[in-house]
Ligand binder design. Sequence first.
Ligand code: NAP
Length: 330
Amino acid sequence: MFVEIVLTAIVFMFIGIYCILTKLQFITCDSNVCLNGKTALVTGGNKGLGYEIVLQLASRGCKVIIAARGVSEDLRKKIIKETRNPNVIMEYVDFSSFASVRNLAGKLKTTESKLDILINNAGVGKSLRTPTEDGHNRTMQVNHYSTFLLTHLLVDLLKKSENGKILFTSSFLAHVHVLTRRNVSRSGIPDAPLGNLDYSNSKFCSIISAEIFASKLKKWNINSNCYQPGIAKTEIFKETRKNLDNLLDTVIYFCTMHLLQTIFGVNPKLPSQTAVQIVIGDEFEHVTGVYVGKYFKDLKPRGARDDKLCEAIWKASEAAVRLKPEEKLG
Ligand SMILES: NC(=O)c1ccc[n+]([C@@H]2O[C@H](COP(=O)([O-])OP(=O)(O)OC[C@H]3O[C@@H](n4cnc5c(N)ncnc54)[C@H](OP(=O)(O)O)[C@@H]3O)[C@@H](O)[C@H]2O)c1
């Protein structure tokens, strides 16, 4: 019993120190660049981190498209009032449905002539473990597969930008993912042993996606990077609590994430600046394929440099989202 308590204390101390470090990692957005003439899509831009990113992009004159489920005219008016930028557009999308993702991409291809910035921000902490209409793990589909699909479908619009930017959103929890060469098969990414770990797996896939998109899109001068926002006080924790459907996930959640966000959680305005600086800052103009951190430049989780594992995840994702041959990137 004593050993267990000591071990738990050590683990908490370790996580606590790590959180302090990640808190110190935020990059402040000090760019004064004007984004007039640029178009950005922010998935999940209606609240939390995404909302703060939207405000910063819109206040610099960028045309901003917000894609989420909870979009409304009132919210659009609120953003326009605050930023004095009338170029704010709301689009409905449900990331638990590939049909909805395809609808969004199809619509954007008809309404937009180019896309300069794609912020892949939409995500859930933990979903219920009921499969989606596409038959996948819900957390994996919302956080990874749909983002992976949408990014593929928008590549043609990004190519029309002079220097397209894609930013994926990961989490420090990606470091505890449980994906291996052995358990990722061509037919898919397996459910994790615990619902909470599906989140870690999905966020590991964000890091892998950013890196592989970077290498495939370099020839079109499109940058693709990933960042992690530390712990920001947003509704993601409330949503996660609603979906805790077994005792072990509940205990782990309350002993780790709940405690950590209560102690270390920051205002989402802070980490959202990191995201904006990565896509507009001069120092990031030629940076691509990186998991960006202020002090730890590219601190990827174990497995992220294992080419075979990364390729297996990419192939499994292509199969899961049922990419058509012409949609695949060479
Ligand atoms: N907060 C943190 O401490 C933290 C830490 C690490 C990483 N992150 C990541 O940061 C990103 C933003 O999270 P947040 O903290 O800002 O949480 P949040 O306030 O709950 O925002 C999540 C966003 O994702 C959208 N979303 C969720 N399910 C969706 C679905 N099925 N279809 C379309 N959009 C959906 C939500 O919009 P609707 O519900 O209206 O659709 C909302 O805009 C996530 O990817 C999260 O994993 C957050």
